[in-house]
Write a protein that binds this ligand. Structure first.
Ligand SMILES: [Zn+2]
Length: 758
C-alpha cells in the first residue's frame, strides 16, 4: 500500500468514527515555494549548468481534503527541462510528466499527481515562529536541456489544480548562476552534509549531479539522517566515489528503544536495568520519564560488564559499520538531573564525590541535586565518558577505522572558567575536556550564528596555564549558519509569516545566509576546526549558498597546511587597525529580520573584523574576516618581526582572487624595513582576505601594485579581539543559574503536566 492510500484509509476510518466527512467541503489550497521562499528578495537562485531542485509545499487552508487528478503545470524556458519529480517520499513515474511546446522560447510542463490527500492544515505555532511540516511537498528537478537559454533571469509560472478545487497559481522569480568548479579543495579536512528530504524522490542522474557538485565544493561525507539517501545508492558505492557515510544519532536511538524491542533483538533487560525517575517509578518509555528528558535505562547499570543495553548498542554499531558507515556521532543531549535516582547511581555518586553513602541515600532527588549541583553534573559527565569509552573499546578491535564522536554544547560565558576544563561550561553532561579521551572527534554545537558562533567555537581551543590545549581530538564545527534544521522550509517560512505580524521578527533576514556560510566555514578552519558540518542539501539550500560553501572551502584548500591549531599564534603578536572613518550603514539595513537581529547583536558584542595569525617555519599567514556585510574596511596591519629573513613575498588572497603584491618601484621582494609603516589593505564587505608572507612565490598569484597608504595616528587603537581571557575562576552560582535552573524548570513543567493529565 502506498503512503497516500494508507493515509486515505486512515482518514476514512477517522471520518466514520467521528461521524463527519472531513474530505468534503474543500476550501482550497495554500502553496509555498522554495528556494525563493527562503529569501527576503523572493528570488530562486538555481544552476544553469547543473541539476536544481524546486519545491512546492502544499497545505490545506482550513481542513484536510482530497485532491483528484491533481496537476502541477510549470512554464519554463526551453533551455531547461524537467527530468524528474515526486511528492515527499514517493517518486513518480516518468510518464506522468508531459511537455507541450508553448512557443519557441517557452514550454509548458505538466506533472500528473494523481489523487492525493491534502491533510496538513496551514498554521503558525503561537509560541515558535514555525509552520507545520507538510506531508505534501512536490519536488521537481530541473536540468539544462541543451538548447540555448534566452535569459538567466525569468519568471517561472506555475499552477496547481485538480478536480473539485480552486486552482492555486503563482510565479517563481528565477535567477540562474553557474555551478562551482573544483579549484583547490582541501585534502584532509572533513566536510559533511546531510542529504535532504527528497532522498527517495531523486533520480540517479540528479543524485549523481548532487554528488559531483558536493565533491567540487570539498564535501567528503554524507550524513545519513532523516529520510536519507536514495535507496538505489548503496553505501559502498558512495564510499567508492570518495564519500564517507556518517551515521547520525545511533547512540541516542539505541538508548531510547523500549525494553520489548531490546528483548526482540535478543537482549532482554532485567528490571534493575531500568532507571528510577525523579518521581520514583520505572519509566516504560522515554516519554514516560519527564516527557522524554529522563530516558529509560540507568546509566550506572549499563556500565556494568553484562549490560544488555550496552551489548545491544554494540550490535547496532557493528551492523551499520558492516554496511559501510564508519563515522558515527550523536546529538545526545543527556540531562544531568533527570535520568536516574536508583541505589546504584547514588552509591556510585557518593564514592566518586567522597560523600557518606547512607546520607546520600536519604536525600530526595530535589535535595540531592540542589545540594550537589555541580558534582552531580560532573558525575553524569564522567559516566557519559565511561559509556563512550566502553563502547569504543568494544568496537575498535573489530572496526579498525571507526571514527566515533559526539556533539557537545558549551555555554559561552565570558569570564567563566572551570579548573581542569577551561573556559565556558557544558550545558549537557558532555564536557569535551572530560570526554576527550573517550572519543575520536568532537562535533561542536555552535548556534549563535555568524561571528557569535566563531567566539563560541574558540571554547574548544582554549589552553591551560601550562599552554597546552585542553582538547586533543579533532573538532568538527557545525557551521550551517543557524544549523541545518533551522533552514528547513517550515522554520524559514514560519519566521517569514510571523514577520508580517510581529516587529520582533519582521522578515527573516535570510539574504545574508551565503555570506554567513562562507565566513563561518573559513573562520572556523582558521580558529582550528579540522572539519565542518554544513547544510548542502538540495531541499533546503540554493545555488548562492552552495557557491558560498565552495568559496569558504577554497580558502581552506589554499592554506590547508598552515591552518592547524598548533601553528596559530597569539592574536596580539600583530596589530590590526580599522581606519575606516565613515559609519557603516549595516545597522539601518539589517535592523529588521529574525536572523539579522541575532547577527547584529553578536557583531555589536564582538566587532566586525576578526583575524587569526598562523606561523609555520618561515611562512606567516594573516587571515582577516570582515563580518560587516555593508562596508568595505580600510585596514592597516603592523607586522611581526620576521626572524632575520629579509626577502619575502606578499601574497594576497581575497575571496578566491590571488595577487602577488609588488612595491611601487616594481620590486617583488619585500623586507622588514619596507614594511615598517605597516601594510594597508581594503577588505571588501563580507569578504575574507588572507595575507601570506613566504620566501617563495606561490603558483597562481598575479602581480599587483601595492595600494595607497594610510597613516596610523596616535588616536588610533589596534583591534582588541574578544578573547577568552580571565582567571580560572569557577562560578558555581552562574552554572546553577544557566544549567541547573533551566533543566529543573523543564522537569517541573513535565511533572506539572503529568499531574494535570491524571
Ligand atoms: Zn541508576
Amino acid at each position: 500500500m502506498n503512503n497516500s492510500l494508507k493515509t486515505l484509509s486512515l482518514i476514512s476510518i477517522l471520518s466514520i468514527l467521528l461521524g463527519n466527512s472531513p474530505l468534503l467541503n474543500a476550501n482550497g489550497l495554500l502553496v509555498k515555494t522554495y528556494p525563493d521562499g527562503a529569501r527576503d528578495d523572493e528570488t530562486a537562485y538555481l544552476f544553469k549548468n547543473s541539476t536544481s531542485l524546486v519545491s512546492f509545499i502544499v497545505y490545506a487552508k482550513e481542513k484536510p481534503f482530497e485532491l483528484k487528478k491533481g496537476e502541477l503545470t510549470l512554464t519554463i524556458p526551453s533551455g531547461l527541462k524537467i527530468v524528474n519529480f515526486g511528492v515527499y517520499r514517493d517518486k513518480y513515474p516518468e510518464d506522468m510528466i508531459n511537455c507541450n511546446l508553448l512557443n519557441s522560447e517557452e514550454n509548458i510542463w505538466t506533472l500528473s499527481l494523481g489523487d492525493r490527500i491534502v491533510e496538513t492544515v496551514y498554521q503558525i505555532y503561537g509560541k515558535y515562529p514555525l509552520v507545520p511540516w507538510s506531508t505534501f511537498v512536490i519536488y521537481a528537478y530541473l536540468r539544462p536541456s541543451g538548447k540555448a537559454l534566452p535569459a538567466t533571469k525569468f519568471d517561472m509560472a506555475w499552477r496547481l489544480s485538480g478536480n473539485g478545487i480552486k486552482p492555486f497559481e503563482g510565479k517563481m522569480k528565477i535567477s540562474l548562476v553557474s555551478a562551482p568548479e573544483g579549484e583547490k579543495m582541501p585534502k584532509d579536512f572533513f566536510a559533511w552534509s546531510a542529504y535532504g528530504n527528497d532522498g527517495n524522490v531523486a533520480d540517479r542522474e540528479s543524485f549523481d549531479d548532487f554528488l559531483k557538485l558536493a565533491k567540487n565544493c570539498g564535501i567528503n561525507g554524507i550524513i545519513n539522517s532523516g529520510p536519507g539517501l536514495p535507496s538505489y545508492y548503496s553505501l559502498s558505492e558512495l564510499n567508492k566515489k570518495g564519500f564517507s557515510v556518517i551515521k547520525y544519532n545511533l547512540l541516542k536511538h539505541c538508548l531510547i528503544r523500549p525494553p520489548d524491542i531490546l528483548a526482540e533483538a535478543g537482549f532482554p533487560i532485567k528490571d534493575n536495568d531500568r532507571a528510577i525517575s525523579f518521581t520514583g517509578h520505572n519509566p516504560s518509555s522515554r516519554k514516560d520519564n519527564l516527557g522524554g528528558e529522563g530516558g529509560i535505562y540507568c546509566p550506572s547499570k549499563f556500565l556494568l560488564p553484562d549490560s544488555p543495553v550496552m551489548e545491544y548498542m554494540v550490535q547496532e554499531y557493528l551492523r551499520f559499520y558492516n554496511e559501510g558507515c564508519h563515522i558515527f556521532f550523536s546529538d545526545y543531549e543527556d540531562r544531568s538531573y533527570a535520568r536516574c535516582y536508583c541505589q546504584l547511581c547514588r552509591k556510585k555518586f557518593s564514592e566518586e564525590a567522597g560523600l557518606d553513602y547512607t546520607f546520600i541515600m536519604k536525600l530526595k532527588p530535589e535535595e540531592l541535586i540542589e545540594k550537589y549541583t555541580r558534582q552531580w553534573h560532573l558525575f553524569r559527565t564522567r559516566q557519559n565518558a565511561s559509556m563512550l569509552k566502553t563502547l569504543r573499546d568494544k568496537l575498535k578491535p573489530v572496526c579498525k577505522d571507526i571514527f566515533l564522536g559526539i556533539n557537545e554544547a558549551r555555554c559561552d560565558y565570558k569570564d567563566i572558567s572551570i579548573p581542569g576544563s577551561g573556559r565556558g561550561f557544558s550545558y549537557f553532561p558532555e564536557d569535551p575536556v572530560i570526554l576527550d579521551a573517550s572519543v575520536d572527534f568532537h562535533d561542536a554545537d555552535i548556534l549563535a550564528s555568524g561571528v557569535g558562533s566563531m567566539q563560541q567555537l574558540e571554547l574548544w581551543f582554549t589552553k591551560n596555564q601550562r599552554g597546552q590545549f585542553y582538547i586533543n581530538k579533532p573538532v568538527i564545527a557545525r557551521v550551517s549558519s543557524f544549523v541545518s534544521v533551522n533552514w528547513g522550509y517550515w522554520c524559514v517560512l514560519g519566521r517569514m509569516e510571523k514577520g508580517k505580524f510581529s516587529r520582533e521578527y519582521s522578515g527573516m533576514g535570510c539574504d545574508w545566509r551565503p555570506l554567513n556560510q562562507k565566513l563561518e566555514i573559513a573562520n572556523a578552519a582558521a580558529i582550528g576546526a579540522k572539519g565542518i558540518e554544513v547544510d548542502f542539501t538540495p531541499s533546503s539550500t540554493d545555488a548562492l549558498v552552495i557557491n558560498a560553501i565552495h568559496s569558504g572551502m577554497d580558502y581552506i584548500g589554499e592554506f590547508e597546511e598552515m591552518l592547524d591549531k598548533k601553528y596559530r599564534q597569539n592574536w596580539e603578536t600583530i596589530k590590526v587597525y580599522d581606519l575606516t572613518s565613515e559609519k557603516s550603514p549595516r545597522k539601518e539595513i539589517m535592523e529588521k529580520g529574525f536572523m539579522s537581529r541575532r547577527f547584529l547583536a553578536n557583531i555589536n558584542k564582538y566587532g566586525t573584523l576578526q583575524y587569526t595569525y598562523h606561523r609555520k617555519d618561515d611562512k606567516h599567514l594573516i587571515s582577516i574576516f570582515n563580518w560587516d556585510y555593508y562596508q568595505t574596511k580600510q585596514v592597516k596591519i603592523l607586522l611581526p618581526e620576521f626572524s632575520g629573513k629579509d626577502n619575502f613575498y606578499i601574497h594576497l588572497y581575497n575571496d578566491g582572487q590571488r595577487h602577488l603584491l609588488i612595491q611601487e618601484n616594481g620590486k617583488k621582494e619585500w623586507n622588514a624595513v619596507e614594511l615598517a609603516d605597516g601594510l594597508f589593505l581594503e577588505i571588501y564587505r563580507g569578504s575574507l582576505t588572507a595575507i601570506l608572507f613566504a620566501e617563495k612565490i606561490f603558483p597562481g598569484y598575479k602581480e599587483m601594485k601595492s595600494e595607497k597608504k594610510l597613516n596610523i595616528t596616535p588616536l588610533d587603537t589596534p583591534l582588541k579581539l574578544y578573547s577568552w581571557r580571565g582567571e580560572e575562576n569557577y562560578s558555581g552560582e552562574l552554572f546553577k543559574e544557566v544549567v541547573y535552573k533551566t533543566m529543573l524548570e523543564n522537569m517541573k513543567k513535565h511533572i506539572l503536566e503529568k499531574r494535570n493529565n491524571e
